[in-house]
Design a protein around this ligand. Structure first.
Ligand code: GP9
Ligand code: MN
Length: 616
């Protein structure tokens, strides 16, 4: 008993590492949990990599071993805390390609610090207050174990750890065959495999992706993509060429969610101006954002290319060396002048590079605007839209103008500058602040659209306006549900709220009304090609006026149409009308297979840079 006691004390650092780190990984799993995965099922994938680390450390002598475990503990805790903070906003987990483009975070510091929670740092309690003392104690103990003894224990433990980990990886690869390589649903992987396994897998996949780039292109895959593209083309009957030779003014509004349209708070309309323009336009009320880790830039990318965002990281960084066949270039080839407008740093999201690649003649960024009024991240929407109006008037017709607003950016805390819109008892909450911010932006958009109306621009211009992505992060879902009087809080209810408005305003309001077709940002480019009679090639989306199908596909493999929502995150299907779970059937299975194929084709185009190798 005494010997056992003394052995235990010799390895006190190891014992603490196992207990503390396993506990942290389990807590991390809990953070990402939505109720579908039992914490107990996380135990094996959580402890397996811990055993692997321990086995390696055991080869070392006490001093080096305790130091190694200490460093590993700090690194693992840092990964956990960063992941949790990131998850709070993006509903996703950090991955290597995201880190590579991570300097972007510098510009949205206020958002990051706002998302930090003092509780996150509890993950470092042991590292600061306990482990240093344990290590000092272990190092003072005299016991020495011979090398061959240490190695044999290490080998046994290593095999044991690898075996346990294999079970988890194998189980997941059987359950969702393409998940481990495509990483389309990082949250699910992290939940199922734990933080350590997830990050190792991510590093492995990122490295092998770079090797893939160097491998030859498969003719078979190109043929499969060509066949898909052929089948995906709309038949183009309705409104074909209806807006030929007209200008196109596209406005992407920061964090404009659909739930604010025609809604009130404290007895007042939240977006009175947009509500008015909705009535004067074709309004799509089942339109979803489809962005992934690239946020705003993913929305821009889809709108102008109809290619899916990257599975991890942002296309704007990862594939900035690629060729594209984007909307601005398409317009340009048809005699249009083109320009992008955004009152923020030109290099943010790598825009100055990407806009050139897409074929914009001009990019009016921060330096092209007088910074006479600042709200939140930078130039206010009022000043931005005012100054853009002048630039727009100077453009040679026909033109394509792409404007991206900024003020209504998370965390909506510059409240004093949004005006005196009274949100009643929501005052001071994130939702209340957002409503103030979006009310402000709505007012500026109203002024801008009225000015275009009054100066005659709208007589020969089509205006398309949509929101880029969600405004309310998942961890504030209760505020939103309460505001909307939704009692149940299933994944289906949450998904139903991930809509953004899209409105298309035609000259003389010759076409208007509500269109219920299910669509998303991927569908904008094909719709534009139909209206303006541009040659549409290699697009994954559909023409919203001639939809062949109604499926909206999300980057994580989930999809929704008017009947079903398939949540890849929980691997569950829902009936859209009843909100109830439904079992998988052969047609849903086939849909899921098609969805994964599309995402794979889209990834293939990006990873191998083959847009110009596809049939025209
Ligand atoms: C800044 C802006 C922000 O230029 O577009 O991007 P987001 O943080 O919303 O992805
Ligand atoms: Mn945005």
């Amino acid at each position: 008993m005494n010997r056992l006691n003394s052995f235990f004390l010799d390895f006190l650092d190891v014992v603490f590492f196992i207990v503390c780190v396993t506990f942290k990984i389990l807590m991390y799993g809990r953070h990402l949990e939505t109720g579908y995965i039992k914490i107990i099922s996380l135990f094996i994938p959580a402890i397996a990599p811990v055993i692997i680390i321990i086995s390696i450390s055991l080869i070392l002598k006490a001093k080096a071993r305790s130091r190694m475990l200490y460093i590993f503990n700090i690194v693992i805790s840092s990964f956990i805390v960063s992941d949790i903070i990131y998850f709070r906003y993006f509903k996703d987990i950090i991955s290597l390609p995201v880190l590579i483009s991570g300097f972007q975070l510098g510009a949205v510091k206020s958002s990051v610090s706002n998302l930090m929670n003092i509780k996150d740092f509890l993950y470092f309690t042991d590292v600061i207050f306990i482990i240093p003392f344990v290590n000092r104690y272990v190092r003072k103990r005299k016991n020495k174990f011979p090398l061959n003894y240490r190695i044999s224990i290490a080998v046994v433990l290593l095999l044991f750890g690898i075996g346990m980990d294999f079970i988890s990886f194998y189980g997941l690869s059987k359950e969702q065959p393409r998940l481990l390589s495509a990483m389309y649903n990082k949250v699910y992987i992290s939940r199922k495999l734990g933080v350590l396994n997830y990050h190792c897998l991510d590093i492995y996949n990122s490295l092998s992706a770079n090797i893939t780039k160097m491998t030859p292109v498969s003719r078979e895959k190109i043929n499969a993509i060509n066949t898909f593209m052929d089948n995906n083309k709309s038949d183009n009957k309705n409104l074909k060429g209806y807006s030929k030779e007209k200008n196109l003014i596209m406005i992407q509004v920061e964090a404009l969610q659909e739930f604010v349209i025609n809604a009130s708070v404290n007895g007042q309309e939240i977006t009175p101006n947009l509500n008015r323009w909705v009535n004067r336009s074709v309004y799509f009320d089942n339109f979803y954002y489809q962005v992934a880790a690239g946020g705003t830039s993913d929305a821009e990318f889809m709108t102008n290319n109809s290619i899916y965002p990257a599975a991890a990281g942002a296309v704007y960084f990862l594939y900035s060396g690629n060729k594209f066949s984007a909307m601005p270039e398409n317009f340009k080839n048809n005699g249009y002048s083109t320009a992008a407008f955004h009152g923020f740093r030109e290099n943010f999201w790598n825009r100055q590079i990407m806009y050139k690649k897409f074929g914009f003649d001009n990019f009016y960024g921060e330096k092209s605007y007088k910074k006479d009024e600042s709200i939140g991240l930078g130039l206010s929407d009022r000043s931005f839209l005012n100054q853009s109006l002048i630039k727009l008037n100077n453009m040679k017709s026909p033109y394509y103008a792409f404007l991206i607003t900024l003020t209504s950016h998370f965390p909506y805390d510059d409240v004093d500058k949004y005006g005196d819109f009274d949100v009643g008892n929501l005052k001071g909450t994130l939702l209340g602040n957002y409503l103030k911010a979006i009310h402000y932006t709505d007012e500026q958009l109203g002024v801008f659209l009225n000015a275009l109306d009054e100066n005659g621009t709208l007589e020969n211009s089509v205006v398309m306006l949509y929101g880029d992505h969600y405004a309310i992060p998942k961890d504030k879902e209760q505020q939103l549900f309460k505001f909307l009087n939704v009692n149940s809080t299933s994944e289906m209810d949450w998904e139903g709220l991930q809509k953004v408005p899209l409105l298309i305003h035609f000259p003389n309001e010759s076409v208007k009304g509500v269109n219920h077709v299910y669509g998303g940002e991927m569908d904008i480019y094909p719709t534009v090609c139909n209206l303006f009679d541009l040659p549409g090639k290699n697009m994954f989306g559909k023409d919203l006026f001639n939809p062949k199908n109604q499926k909206v596909i999300f980057r994580n493999g989930s999809f929704i149409d008017k009947n079903y929502y398939s949540s890849s995150q929980d691997d569950v299907y829902y009936d859209v009308k009843t909100g109830k779970e439904v079992p998988e059937n052969s047609s849903l299975r086939k849909d899921k297979e098609d969805v994964l194929n599309q995402l794979e084709y889209s990834d293939y185009i990006l990873k191998h840079n083959v847009i110009d190798k596809l049939d025209k």
